[in-house]
Design a protein around this ligand. Structure first.
Ligand SMILES: [Zn+2]
Ligand SMILES: [Zn+2]
Ligand SMILES: [Zn+2]
Length: 342
């Protein structure tokens, strides 16, 4: 009998085929580590020094239009560039390098400098969802683009240099490491079990209930059984869809709604704007239908026990396998207790 609420144990992540070590008996240990500065509260609606606010000029000289909804532009300091020639270097199978052409863009959620996801209206968040879909379709249609990564870094703790709510899209010729692992795992599962890994997983979680944070008609938010970060969550559509443009109208509203509710719970957990990296995983854009793929997003927040105490990935985690103290069940229960409005 495995007592996962008290005994050290490890759990398997079937999506990326890694293990996480869980040490529930350690949650009482005193914290003597680093304490972060609390995130500043209260941003102005417009900041004349913000390079993302409407009408302001950006580094590099471009000036933002006086936009009134979402706003998309090519990153002034792009990590990947579309005109990179495709070259490969291989010496003895040990020194391997290849060029990575791509497109890198920034998406501002709204003209408002101060309106974070939990404070936006669902109708305004729906415009963000529509913009994500439009970018996925536009960049995915480029013949040499095979992966479109949409992601958001929120908060200085996650290295986000500007509080104006925005996210990024990096679209590349190759499928990066994390999505390719999930791609292989879902393909293997479909071949051996004849079904979808995440449809089966979601059915199990909804039957058990203990790790579900919140749900609506179209989506569920849960703390994965194998979560690594203390309050890590996944958001999954209840219907089997491989990518975001396959969402029906009501599902697009459903995604906007659940993102608002989940991020409000996060902000209420430690009464602070909750830092995180979030992003979507979905099918490659190589023109194939990819029935093995189930669209989802991951929220990876670093905070552990307060607005100023974060989890570090160090030592054993860097050299062996990720480890956590608070169980995913406890984390889900804590998030369920948080109000959905701020
Ligand atoms: Zn701004
Ligand atoms: Zn599925
Ligand atoms: Zn994923």
């Amino acid at each position: 009998m495995l007592h996962w609420d008290r005994d050290p144990h490890r759990r398997y992540n079937p999506l990326n085929q890694e293990w996480v070590l869980i040490s529930p008996h350690r949650t009482q240990r005193p914290w003597q580590g680093q304490v972060e500065a609390a995130a500043p509260d209260g941003q102005p609606a417009y900041d004349p020094d913000c390079y993302l606010c409407p009408g302001n000029s950006r580094a590099g000289g471009a000036r933002n239009p006086k936009y009134t909804s979402t706003f998309v532009f090519d990153n002034d300091y792009a990590a990947v560039l579309p005109d990179t020639p495709i070259e490969r270097f291989d010496e003895g199978g040990l020194l391997i390098a290849e060029n990575e052409p791509g497109v890198s863009r920034v998406i501002c959620f709204s003209p408002r400098h101060d309106l974070t996801t939990p404070r936006m209206e669902v109708a305004a968040l729906r415009l963000v969802v529509d913009t994500w879909i439009a970018q996925f379709e536009e960049l995915g249609a480029i013949p040499w683009i095979n992966h479109v990564q949409i992601f958001e870094n929120r908060g200085a703790m996650m290295g986000c240099s500007n509080p104006h709510p925005h996210c990024q899209v990096w679209a590349t010729r190759t499928i990066p490491d994390r999505p390719i692992r999930e791609h292989k795992a879902q393909g293997e599962y479909l071949r051996t079990k004849g079904g979808c890994l995440l449809c089966d997983y979601l059915a199990l979680e909804r039957a058990r209930g203990e790790r579900i944070v919140c749900e609506n008609e179209a989506f569920a938010a849960l703390v994965p059984f194998w979560a690594v970060w203390p309050f890590e969550t996944m958001v999954l559509p209840k219907r089997h869809i491989a990518s975001m443009e396959q969402m029906e109208d009501a599902e697009r509203d459903g995604l906007a709604g659940i993102l608002k509710r989940l991020t409000a719970r996060y902000d209420n957990l430690f009464s602070t704007p909750f830092p995180y990296s979030m992003g979507f995983h979905q099918r490659p854009t190589d023109g194939q239908p990819h029935p093995e793929w189930h669209l989802h997003s991951h929220y990876l927040p670093p905070l552990l026990r307060s607005a100023t105490v974060r989890k570090f990935m160090v030592g054993y985690e860097l050299l062996a396998t990720p480890q956590r103290d608070i169980t995913p069940e406890t984390a889900a229960a804590r998030l369920r207790e948080c109000p959905e409005v701020i």
